[in-house]
Design a protein around this ligand. Structure first.
Ligand SMILES: [Zn+2]
Length: 313
């Protein structure tokens, strides 16, 4: 009989739960809304409650939870989560013990997403895989030899917080000039709003009804698809910047596959051309040819499926 796993993707606005089989196929799923002020006790109680409603829960043999932030995988402690106020050194694993099927493993949400990409996008075949989530934050997860790599203290893969500019803007992590400040959704919207040519674009003004503060990556994609030259330029530039980062990733780690996920990755077709060209121009040739770069087909479920399979790792 197939083994079943429970996955929980603990996000700042929504908590997703699913029972999945050992290949990552979803047996049943549900979710509840969450917010920045929710207490650990309240979230833990809701998780237990919603998990028990899932079909197949009785057959679950292990639980995995993905949470944004700094996680101590060994002790199941959320050291810090940027999405949740006052979540500091929370023993989430201990709080859920005896309530959900054990073992219970907790990891960073980007690590969970990388495992999701490994099982869903790569079907378990690309043994060295890097997953990069492009959203408000830029997350990264590393799979080496088919296993998640978390480093010495659990924080490996924080690609968004690689500092690249000594005089760059301040990042949420406290540092300056992190990659996240150049590729994060907020930065993308902010720099577009301040771009004089974007401000004058008739297509964009029509889309946001004259309110430039409403410019988002989604608006920029829509405008680009309608042929707006300036929006197309924004995405070309984004693709080139991301291509430079991926060239660094390819030269450092020589992966089989890089999977792009997260909200901003929906602009995929607009960024892939400049991105691939930049990689071909800048990364080591043999390594670049070997590395397949794709947009995840499963962005919305990577986190919950990958979380479920954390214990299988
Ligand atoms: Zn940072």
């Amino acid at each position: 009989m197939k083994r079943f796993y429970l996955g929980i993707d603990l996000g700042g606005s929504e908590v997703k739960l699913a029972v999945v089989d050992e290949k990552g196929a979803i047996i049943d799923k549900n979710s509840f809304s969450n917010n920045y002020l929710s207490t650990p006790k309240d979230v833990a109680a809701k998780i237990t409650n919603y998990a028990k409603k899932l079909k197949g829960f009785g057959r679950v043999s292990a639980t995995g939870i993905g949470v944004a932030g700094d996680i101590d995988q060994k002790t199941g402690v959320v050291r810090f989560s940027p999405n949740m106020k006052n979540w500091k050194n929370i023993h989430l694993g201990a709080m859920l013990k005896n309530k959900l099927p054990s073992p219970i493993v907790i990891d960073n949400d980007a690590n969970a997403a990388a495992l999701g990409a490994f099982w869903l996008d790569a079907k378990g075949a690309a043994k060295n895989l890097i997953c990069i989530t492009l959203g408000t934050g830029i997350g990264g997860g590393l799979i080496f030899g088919g296993k998640l790599y978390t480093g010495s203290t659990g924080s490996a893969g924080e690609i968004g917080h690689i500092p690249i500019d000594p005089y760059g803007a301040k990042c949420n992590c406290g540092n300056h000039g992190c990659i996240e400040r150049y590729l994060g959704a907020n930065y993308l919207s902010e720099s577009a709003r301040n771009d004089p040519k974007i401000q004058k674009s008739a297509i964009i003004n029509k889309l946001v009804k004259g309110d430039l503060s409403a410019i988002t990556p989604k608006i920029l994609s829509t405008a680009a698809l309608k042929g707006d030259k300036n929006a197309l330029r924004v995405w070309k530039c984004y693709g080139e910047k991301l291509g430079i980062i991926l060239s660094a990733v390819i030269n450092l780690l020589n992966p089989d596959m890089i999977v792009l996920a997260g909200g901003v990755s929906k602009a995929g077709p607009l960024i892939m051309g400049p991105l691939v060209k930049t990689i071909n121009d800048r990364a080591f040739k043999t390594a670049a040819r070997k590395c397949k770069v794709i947009i995840s087909h499963y962005t919305k479920r990577l986190g919950v499926v990958g979380s479920a399979l954390l214990t299988k790792n």
